[in-house]
Write a protein that binds this ligand. Structure first.
Ligand SMILES: Cc1ncc(COP(=O)(O)O)c(C=O)c1O
Length: 394
């Protein structure tokens, strides 16, 4: 499945949104979200699932509500993400709490609110002995599998900080003084485009579950989308991975990127086309504060020029921040846009706004949701103001 198709109707909608709400602005298309929800459900046909949306990927309560209305719970990491889930109407019993650094304060606040907790270490298990809760506990296993993705988003290798090595699991399962453990959780990384790492990790954790008599399993997220060339082949995933899950009473998963990345676009305005004797720079009003993935992971986001000039050149598309790393596209062969016109970055619905910042004291952008068939355009987060920058100053 390729990413969102930017047809003329959608281009028209984007221009309207940019005029009404200004730029930079994140725009999400409900049609695309719905398609992805259906696709995911079809992969798990015949299996009893508790689907959750990883709201670290997109923390707008309106977006999370869209998933909630379609039967999804949430995967949360923090108290903040718990409240995002509550604003979105997610039932406590459908909330899964992940994270390797759960503080005593967080445990006090959340232990009686969430349905599921994934324990990340033997040390965390020991801490939970001090608390009473009805939550269902899973152990996050580190299966030592290379997901073959960017090293910043690999989580299932022994050298990564996440999960409990298989050889340490017995320390917990032989101990009868802590919370009852009901299953294993595994999440080996994000933007995984090969089925093999899933196959390796899930066959091993499913077998481990059977060995310990667990009937529930949480298989995490990580499905890779098509940013530039390759995406996860879901038919192959269905063929090879789903059989590992047969016989489980309940399968939880925590998908973020696959569900929302392709549904989101970032619209920016071209400020300058700067030509030096060395290079061409297209300077836009969005930067690494708006979308950090290119600067942080060298990530590729396709850029569409809505109003091109005649010229084609290799250019860096950069933001206005005081950082040489402030770029959205590097050495990209593009049609040079007209100054003052709009450009659109694709596949930014996940880890876009949720990783944005106020660096250089720029207010964060607005977010807009386009309903099915483009019939309604709703502002779902207003642009921050200068006053917002000082809200926390005492
Ligand atoms: C524990 C856990 N579950 C789920 C996810 C969601 O991953 P993705 O957005 O790649 O589906 C993440 C993010 O890396 C995660 O850390």
């Amino acid at each position: 499945m390729s990413s969102l198709i930017l047809n003329n109707d959608r281009k028209q909608i984007i221009q309207e949104i940019a005029q009404t709400y200004g730029t930079p602005v994140y725009v999400y298309f409900a049609d695309e979200i719905n398609e992805r929800i259906e696709k995911v459900k079809s992969i798990f046909e015949g299996i009893n699932i508790l689907p959750t949306f990883a709201c670290k990927s997109n923390n707008n309560p309106h977006i999370v509500e869209h998933f909630s209305r379609n039967g999804f719970g949430t995967d949360i990491v923090s108290i903040g993400e718990y409240y995002v889930s509550k604003k979105a109407g997610v039932d406590d019993q459908k909330i899964v709490w992940n994270g390797n650094g759960k503080s005593r304060h967080e445990i006090e606040v959340l232990s009686n609110c969430v349905g599921y907790v994934n324990i990340d270490s033997v040390e965390e298990y020991e801490r939970w002995k001090e608390y009473e809760t009805d939550a269902t506990f899973f152990l996050r296993v580190n299966p030592d599998v290379d997901p073959m993705t960017h090293h910043h988003i690999s989580t299932g290798l022994k050298k990564n900080k996440f999960g409990i090595p298989v050889e340490e699991i017995d320390k917990i399962l032989n101990d009868k003084n802590g919370p009852k453990i009901s299953g294993f959780h595994v999440h080996i990384g994000s933007q995984i485009v090969d089925v093999e790492p899933f196959d390796e990790a899930l066959s091993s954790v499913a077998n481990l579950s059977r060995r310990y008599g667990f009937s529930k399993i949480n298989i995490g997220g990580g499905w890779g989308i098509k940013y530039e060339d390759k995406e996860l082949n879901l038919e192959e995933y269905k063929r090879k991975i789903i059989p590992h899950l047969e016989g489980f009473e309940l399968v939880l998963f925590e998908l973020g990127r696959y569900l929302i990345a392709p549904a989101g676009l970032l619209v920016a305005t071209v400020q300058y086309v700067k030509r030096t004797s060395h290079k061409t720079f297209v300077v836009v009003d969005a930067g690494m504060n708006t979308l950090i993935r290119p600067a942080m992971y060298d990530a590729y986001h396709n850029m569409i020029v809505l109003t091109p000039t005649e010229g084609i050149a290799k250019a860096d598309v950069v933001g206005p921040l005081c950082e040489s790393g402030d770029l959205l596209a590097r050495d990209r062969e593009i049609q040079i846009p007209k100054v003052g016109s709009h450009v659109v970055f694709e596949n930014v619905g996940a880890y876009g706004y949720s990783m944005s910042s106020n660096y250089n004291s720029y207010p964060r952008p607005a977010e807009v949701l386009v309903s099915e068939n483009g019939s309604k355009i709703t502002l779902i987060r207003r642009r921050e103001t200068i006053d917002d920058l000082f809200r926390t100053i005492v």
